[in-house]
Design a protein around this ligand. Sequence first.
Ligand SMILES: *[C@@H]1O[C@H](CO)[C@@H](O)[C@H](O)[C@H]1NC(C)=O
Ligand SMILES: *[C@@H]1O[C@H](CO)[C@@H](O)[C@H](O)[C@H]1NC(C)=O
Ligand SMILES: *[C@@H]1O[C@H](CO)[C@@H](O)[C@H](O)[C@H]1NC(C)=O
Length: 427
Amino acid sequence: MAVALPFALSLMLLSLLPYHTHAQTYSNVTLGSSLTAEGNNSFWASPSDEFAFGFQQIRNEGFLLAIWFNKIPEKTIVWSANGNNLVQRGSRVELATGGQFVLNDPEGKQIWNAVYASKVSYAAMLDTGNFVLASQDSIYLWESFDHPTDTILPTQMLDLGSQLVARFSEKNYSNGRFLLILQADGDLILYTTAFPTDSVNFDYWSTGTLGSGFQLIFDQSGYINLVTRNGNKLSVLSSNTASTKDFYQRAILEYDGVFRHYVYPKSADSSREKWPMAWYPLSFIPENICMSITTSTGSGACGFNSYCELGDDQRPNCKCPPGYSFLDPDNTMSGCKQNFVTQNCEKASQEKDQFYLEEMINTDWPLADYEYFRPVTEDWCREACLGDCFCAVAIFRNGKCWKKKIPLSNGRIDPSVGGKALIKTRI
Ligand SMILES: *[C@@H]1O[C@H](CO)[C@@H](O)[C@H](O)[C@H]1NC(C)=O
Ligand SMILES: *[C@@H]1O[C@H](CO)[C@@H](O)[C@H](O)[C@H]1NC(C)=O
Ligand SMILES: *[C@@H]1O[C@H](CO)[C@@H](O)[C@H](O)[C@H]1NC(C)=O
């Protein structure tokens, strides 16, 4: 009795623990299991409940088969199967009795499947955020960690030849305009793509580790290192660490082209008033994305006819020059259009007085000038642009004058630029 009573008491106490309030307790996903897209409650959680695999509704546009941080209100997505191809309500992901793992739309058409060589006997959402398909003897035949989208998590590695693809915008998960590739030659490189294709266009950051880079490792202590085949550190992408015990962590190539390492306190206690209960960027690459991208084709860090300004939070803001507005008001990276009727080329000199030049200091759209004059005065430069129907912007700096045509690319405003941009608009 003396032993049995405390035992019974502890059982009673156990039953009061929040564990029992979870909608589902953990078990392996067995053959024949499936999830149907219908709201946000269709998922398989990891044992700790920190990660979940299942469907998330993306606004009214459809459902994404994804993995997310399950204990925070944001339900931040770290992996997805069908970002380019959202599915409708009633779609189903199934671990078929034959061992195939497939996503079908409501008509039964296959949208996505995991590809692997031998027979799968169960699936599991692990506490690391890795979703695995395993054989009978628990060998992982397929892992989401081996097929990253835009994010890596602690304990995840990128091997030679693997890449992260930025999404198109914060809430649009289809492939965007930037890639991070650990190339087969050992160099780790950030590229712009020739959007909408995924082919690389211009590299704007690299570790310069040709011939020596081997693996990108996001370790348990929160470091992100590029290492050699022997495990020697070559390049440190993030050394501002926070404990993985107290903080959720992720590193993501974001839609703005910046690779950021974020942390989120697991409890108000671990935040200790130092960090807000939100994703906080510990470090990021490159330092100034606005100045990093200058491409001979493509729009630059922002869309065509816009310019990039680094905010106080070190994030790029894409803005439209005076007289221009966003093509898509919901997406500041969509580029800008002219809000006025352009100059008539047949009567350019007569129309001169219907246009004026708006001045922006320290602003430039490098490359793609079609005329260049020096030495000239600012007045000469202004007159030359006003009387030329092709001239959308003139750049004047140190007695030099460049004429720019539409669409403008590589736009930026930065103290290091110098000079001024003269932007032509109709009065
Ligand atoms: C999952 O299945 C594997 C292999 O059958 C087994 O070793 C493991 O204990 C199972 N885990 C759970 C939580 O059921
Ligand atoms: C699912 O979550 C998303 C994002 O949090 C939200 O916009 C949507 O309204 C939710 N859908 C339902 C059915 O609760
Ligand atoms: C996401 O962006 C792509 C590229 O512009 C577009 O084709 C697609 O329709 C967008 N998807 C959604 C769900 O808005």
